[in-house]
Design a protein around this ligand. Sequence first.
Ligand code: F6P
Length: 322
Amino acid sequence: MGIKRIAVLTSGGDCSGMNAAIRAVVRAALAEGLEVVGVQKGYHGLIDNHFQPLDTRSVSNMLQRGGTFLQSARCREMYEEPGQQLAAENLAALGVQGLVVIGGDGSLRGALALTRRGMPVIGIPASIDNDIPFTDMSLGVDTALNNIIYAVDCLKDTASSHDRAFVVETMGRNCGYLAVAAAIASGAEVTLLPEAPYDIAEVCSHLRRRFDEGRSNSIIMVAEGAGNGQKIAEQIKDAIGFETRVMILGHYQRGGSPSAFDRILAARFGVGAVEALLAGERGKMLGLAAGGLKLTPLEQVIEAGKRPIDQIMLSLSQVLGI
Ligand code: F6P
């Protein structure tokens, strides 16, 4: 029996480009004569039966909007057997023969659980952290980076007007990709990541030397998981006496209109997911590899854990931070 109806959901932390990906899934599916059902609030909607039919009208004017109109959630029940079972049963009762899950690591774990219960699932990696393995870029990363560099460009104007150091804290609980990429793109002097141990005394003497050379303002880019931005700013101020201010970028990074890169990536992932389901693929995640799309079994993605930090990026940020 061929596929007649598919469902799509967004799960975990939202990111920009999710709406564009839903749109691509819906349009690609409709073009193939399939029906599409949207699941509201991620896996919560699967467990509580919150569905809505999606047609071209549902996704019109969505391409450029940040967030996700289906809404998203982190769903604890989906980590447990009963929740997973109920979600699979509800999907089957709805007559769905394929599911597209757009989200991060936890969302892909849920996708694997549903695959093991017989539901064909294709995952689309979406998380500003860029911590998902087997894809060079996840959806939302590029937009978040652009948000960060816009903020840092603004900070540099005021930092240079006052001879100040600014500690900028990016998101990334366990992963420093955003911080290191933003550091390179915005010209930060120091980059602190959860993956790379650092000595605050060395950071301070580096800043001291720069100030002694007459370079009187600095940006210290700190990934959320590498330490508390406020505390690091106080340590710098106490050690070398510079006026130091803090900018915790927080959820600002996740919103806004998606960049051209994220819109195009969303289009490729969304259409790719529908094509994969129609080709009989199941239990796999789409990824961007060497410019092309690649499918990787979800087991492999989950087993691999977090994507390691790119050492070349790290050394670039250090070389350029002198
Ligand atoms: O995983 C994405 C992310 O934005 C992390 O960078 C951050 O630590 C976390 O989500 C914040 O989660 P919440 O939106 O639940 O506060």
